[in-house]
Design a protein around this ligand. Structure first.
Ligand SMILES: Cc1ncc(COP(=O)(O)O)c(C=O)c1O
Length: 450
């Protein structure tokens, strides 16, 4: 039997305003996939011929019509979380009504079966086993559980992280001193110069040196696509290098899923945190914790919950969930797959290059993110010469917003100083990024007086 979304969510108003739902839920991963396929089929009329070329402005405009975006500003800060496509948002609202109506009758009697189906859909999407993941509210929750739960550390073991890792994860790595008696060590990424771009070879040499300078390293935190400069690092090769030296690797993949090619198995990391509410377009509150099946005992059960259990789901406790958000994940994955990761990545890269190429030529401005297509997605950061403080970058961000109507974001974290991050999304247009180029030209030509 195939399972259409109408069967699931078919609803009607009863007398007195009460809503009646069909009340049937997909019972397993196959039915969730059927549901997701029906969802995508219903979309077909609203989407252009797919896959789209990166420069097909009319085609991407048709895609953009599926997103409600504020016209108050030009939004080039799309890395916090991703706006849901309108059909996903509508589905999420219907699911919210469903959950609200069915209340604990659904949550207590049905949700665990529902969860199992969604988990399988997500696992297939990430190319891992369903028993290797747990759904979370986001990457932070997943990664904090992994970092705090890793139980192979002995007092004095080195735990290594870098300046470009995410703030909360850097804090968690430092906290391992109190939690496990570990020795946290931070390493500082090299920055590019006008003559010397960052290359994968440089990043590999950087980690090679970091590991040989710190031979006691037993745990390494890596960030696949970091939130400060947007650089993508060669995770699989670094993880192999670290493992050969006896260090476990925890991977922060908050940004890469849905933005660039992503296959969890290929990355070769045993412990990974993922977000689905950034680039897959699921509702806010959707993430994943992954633990390689063979390594599950290396992570403590959460606060001694179910001692002896070997279930990944016992390594985290999310309390009462936003059920509807998690139930909207298959729809978000369906919409994402309909556009296609490769087409999305191509478009994001095209929009990014449209502003980066001319901006690189501006005097007094450095682009901090490499151009190598393996090392960049949508996110790219720049710094104006000498503008390194949080205060000055806040002022620059405000100037871009107040004077030019362009939203960007100041990022603090690189040891060399703060910077401004620019992130188009798939509903951004050529005009949006060209507007930024004109603004940056005015700013650099005005001698940075803002
Ligand atoms: C690299 C990175 N890791 C982790 C996170 C945390 O994600 P969340 O707040 O959705 O849990 C973010 C959020 O922006 C991030 O950019």
């Amino acid at each position: 039997m195939t399972f259409s979304r109408r069967q699931f969510l078919g609803s009607g108003l009863l007398a007195g305003g009460a809503i009646a739902f069909a009340g049937v839920l997909p019972a397993n991963a196959r039915e969730w996939d059927d549901y997701s396929a029906h969802f995508v089929r219903d979309l077909d009329s609203s989407l252009p011929n797919i896959p789209l070329r990166p420069d097909d402005e009319a085609g991407w405009k048709a895609v953009a019509k599926n997103y409600s975006v504020t016209s108050k500003i030009t939004n080039l800060e799309n890395a916090y979380w991703g706006i849901m496509a309108r059909p996903v948002l509508d589905e999420y609202k219907r699911l919210t009504e469903f959950v609200n109506l069915e209340n604990t009758h659904f949550a207590r009697l049905k949700y665990s079966e529902t969860y199992t189906g969604i988990r399988e859909t997500v696992a297939t999407f990430l190319n891992v086993g369903a028993d290797e993941i747990a759904l979370t509210r986001g990457a932070t929750e997943a990664l904090q559980a992994l970092i705090s739960g890793y139980n192979k550390l002995k007092p004095g073991d080195t735990v290594l992280y870098a300046d470009l890792d995410y703030g909360e994860m850097k804090t968690a790595m430092r906290w391992l001193r109190e939690r496990r008696g570990a020795k946290p060590v931070k390493v500082t990424f090299p920055e590019p110069t006008a003559d010397e771009p960052l290359t994968e070879a440089k990043i590999l040499a950087f980690y090679e040196k970091a590991l040989s300078d710190n031979p006691g390293t037993k745990l390494l935190l890596l960030t696949h696509l970091n939130n400060l400069t947007g650089m993508i690092i060669p995770v699989a090769r670094i993880a192999k290098m670290a493992k050969a030296r006896g260090a476990a690797v925890i991977l922060d993949a908050a940004h890469s899923v849905g933005q660039v090619h992503f296959d969890l198995k290929e990355l070769g990391c045993d412990f990974v945190g993922v977000n689905l509410h950034k680039w897959v377009g699921a509702p806010i509150g959707c993430g994943v914790m992954y633990i390689n099946k063979a390594r599950v005992d290396d992570i403590d059960t959460y606060m001694l919950k179910s001692p002896g259990s070997n279930a990944v789901t016992d390594r985290i406790d999310t309390g009462t969930l936003n059920f509807a958000a998690h139930m909207a994940i298959p729809a978000a994955i369906g919409f994402h797959k309909k556009i296609g990761t490769a087409a999305k990545q191509g478009r994001l890269r095209y929009l990014r290059d449209l502003w980066v190429e001319p901006a690189r030529k501006l005097k007094g401005l450095t682009i901090l993110t490499p151009d190598d297509s393996k090392m960049v997605g949508a996110l790219t950061s720049f710094r104006l010469d000498g503008v390194v403080t949080t205060k000055a970058n806040d002022a620059l961000m405000k100037h871009l917003l107040d004077k030019f109507g362009i939203l960007t974001v100041r990022r603090t974290g690189p040891d060399a100083g703060d910077c401004i991050r620019v992130t188009p999304s798939i509903y951004s247009s050529r005009n949006d990024v060209e507007k930024l180029v004109r603004a940056l030209k005015t700013i650099t030509e005005s001698g940075h007086s803002w």
